[in-house]
Design a protein around this ligand. Structure first.
Ligand code: M6R
Length: 608
């Protein structure tokens, strides 16, 4: 997954494209490049490393004059990060330049055919084949060449293309990789995501699969893959312009951790009306909700962890059997969906390739899919039958925090709605749940106030080799997320286990001083988890417990305790995760890690 940006208009393109790329670096950051069209010639500069290297090399774009340009920030898939493998790629004469986000699946066969025709390849990428194919088919009409190429390539792509002979145009194409086009009085834009162009325009078009866009000075034209002109509706983006800025925080991750009270409020409030949960986007009557026999939740990474929590919540509160799958497994395991199955896919970006494929698999089998998605207009949002948006706003840090919290909130609402419709949640319990749900934002705020205490504790573990997270039930789901946050931000090896599973193997890894984070928020399971804490302590572990206020008994077994405010146990995840996010953040900061852009990762995984 990579980020692409393009601009054509009355201003200098390079600084605008560089600025746009800086907002997309979360998508990939191992190399970057620019192609600028000026006086009928394409100038290309590429550099391995962060975007900063390219910015310095081009003096912020000054060394590349011209008012039409495309740029790319890369997360390497085919070929290691290097100047040669960086985008843009170009034909031999340098008259056609291409930036690409996605994967050309049949590139080996195409490359061979192009080599047989005498084309020489200089990179190891799949993308270069596009530049040569375009060259091969180009006979003066870019649209014709592009549509011919599209009929030959398989895979996913969002492309930005420059033709030296057409200095007034930029072309762009999309299939299964995100792409938007935008417009203002100064010109036209393309980008992989809204934040890249939000500073310049709020008038945006979501480019659909197999559509071609021509940016022609100050006008956008859309075409089908067969070259027919299309009419498209613009969407006005109403995000706060600061939403994609750090606003004084040292890192996006910290800012986003602090945005969680608002995120929870924004996701919950619009769906609570007159004391009832109203989820219009569900498009399901109470009768239809009553007829659900099984729920399949499919997602990746942290979104999957919210699904694991949801299994406990739905089964406990609604008494519906729930299967939770990692999307990359679901799509290839010939899943058996039966009549009455409801499929829920969860995704922040709405672009995760495996989750999208799982959605398609469920639809192929004839089942309706509900998407819980953060990015408006993303592929999953568009392909799901119904979409419940998590109103977390743009999330920039690669490690998710606020979108995770919003997903949990959406799942609580869904569980309450289902429980109400199916009669498993009576009036009294519903009232209590609603009250506790409304308290969550303030309680999260209180936990954020413990920042310094957690920072001090985290500083002690900057040199840690292994850290274990354990818990039972929902606490296991919290442990999974706590552990993932730690590894991805601080590169500390970490594992999450159901606490009761420890003695079936992992306990052998406990050494003197090993930190074990025991999450214990479920009163029914307090004693059981305490027993597991005692077991690891006896083997030398240092035990940090995260538990609810009032559970003083835990102090006998833990070396250090962080208390979370009392809430309904089904909502404990939203609270217990806050100290764990802060812990990971401060271990990463203490180690000097690049918190917002951890090594080897990218924000949205649009490849398999
Ligand atoms: O955009 P998605 O929610 O579909 O992304 C899923 C995972 O890639 C994502 O949650 C990933 O695990 C994050 N880096 C976690 O912080």
């Amino acid at each position: 997954m990579c980020g692409i940006v393009g601009y054509i208009g009355s201003r200098e393109a390079a600084p605008i494209v560089l600025d746009g790329l800086s907002k997309l670096e979360y998508r990939g950051y191992d190399s970057a490049g620019l192609a600028i069209l000026n006086n009928g010639e394409i100038q290309i500069t590429k550099a391995v490393g962060r975007l900063k290297v390219l910015e310095n090399l081009t003096h912020g774009g000054e060394t590349m004059p011209g008012s039409a340009g495309i740029g790319h920030t890369r997360w390497a898939t085919h070929g290691a990060p290097s100047d040669m493998n960086s985008h843009p790629h170009f034909n031999k004469e340098g008259t056609i330049a291409v930036v690409h986000n996605g994967i050309i699946e049949n590139y080996i066969a195409l490359k061979k055919k192009m080599q047989d025709k005498g084309y020489e390849f200089v990179s190891e990428t799949d993308t270069e084949v596009l530049a040569h194919l375009l060259d091969y088919y180009y006979k003066g009409n870019p649209l014709e060449a592009i549509t011919k190429v599209l009929h030959r390539v398989e895979g996913s792509y969002a492309l930005g293309i420059l033709f030296a002979e057409h200095p007034g145009d930029i072309y762009a194409v999309r299939k299964d990789s995100p792409l938007i086009a935008g417009q203002n009085d100064d010109g036209c834009f393309i980008a992989s995501d809204v934040p890249a162009i939000l500073k310049y325009t709020r008038t945006v078009y979501y480019v659909d699969n197999q559509e071609v866009v021509r940016l022609s000075g100050d006008k956008l034209y859309f075409y089908s893959v067969d070259g027919e002109e299309l009419n498209k509706e613009a969407v006005t983006i109403d995000w706060d312009a600061n939403a994609a800025e750090k606003e004084g925080y040292e890192h996006f991750m910290l800012k986003e951790i602090y945005e969680q009270p608002k995120t929870v409020t924004d996701t919950v409030s619009p769906r609570v009306k007159n004391g009832e949960i109203v989820i219009e986007e569900l498009n399901m009557t109470d009768e239809e909700l009553q007829n659900i026999k099984r729920i399949h939740i499919v997602a990746c990474g942290s979104a999957y962890h919210t699904g694991v929590a949801a299994k406990y919540i739905f089964e406990g509160l609604v008494r519906i059997p729930v299967e939770v799958d990692v999307a990359s497994e679901f799509r290839y395991r010939s899943p058996i969906l039966q009549e009455g199955s409801m499929v829920i896919v969860i995704s922040q970006s709405g672009e995760t390739a495996d989750t999208l494929a799982a959605l398609r698999e469920a639809k192929k089998q004839g089942y309706k899919v509900l998407g819980i998605v953060n990015v408006v207009g993303s592929s999953i949002a568009r392909e799901a039958d119904n979409v419940m948006y998590t109103w977390a706003g743009p999330e920039i840090a690669v490690a998710t925090t606020k979108a995770y919290s919003a997903q949990l909130s959406a799942l609580y609402l869904l569980a309450m709605k289902l429980g109400r419709a199916r009669g498993t949640i009576g009036d009294e319990l519903f009232g209590e749940l609603l009250e506790d749900l409304r308290k969550l934002p303030n309680q999260i705020e209180l936990l954020l106030g413990q920042k310094q205490k957690i920072q001090r504790f985290a500083n002690r573990y900057v040199g840690a080799k292994d850290i274990f997270f354990v818990g039972r039930g929902i606490d296991y789901a919290i442990s999974l997320e706590g552990s993932l946050k730690l590894k991805e931000t601080s590169y500390v090896h970490s594992e999450a286990y159901p606490a009761g599973e420890l003695k079936h193997g992992p306990i052998s890894l406990i050494e003197d001083g090993t930190l074990v984070v025991a999450v214990s928020t479920q009163p029914m399971l307090y004693q059981k988890t305490i027993s597991n804490m005692v077991e690891v302590k006896a083997r030398g572990a240092f035990v940090m417990a995260v538990t609810c206020e009032g559970n003083k008994a835990i102090e006998k077994a833990a070396d250090y305790v962080l208390y979370i405010p009392e809430s309904n146990p089904y909502f404990a995840n939203s609270l217990a995760i806050i100290p764990l996010q802060l812990f990971s953040y401060y271990v990463a900061v203490g180690k000097g890690c690049d918190v917002d852009k951890p090594r080897n990762l990218a924000k949205s995984v649009t490849v398999e």
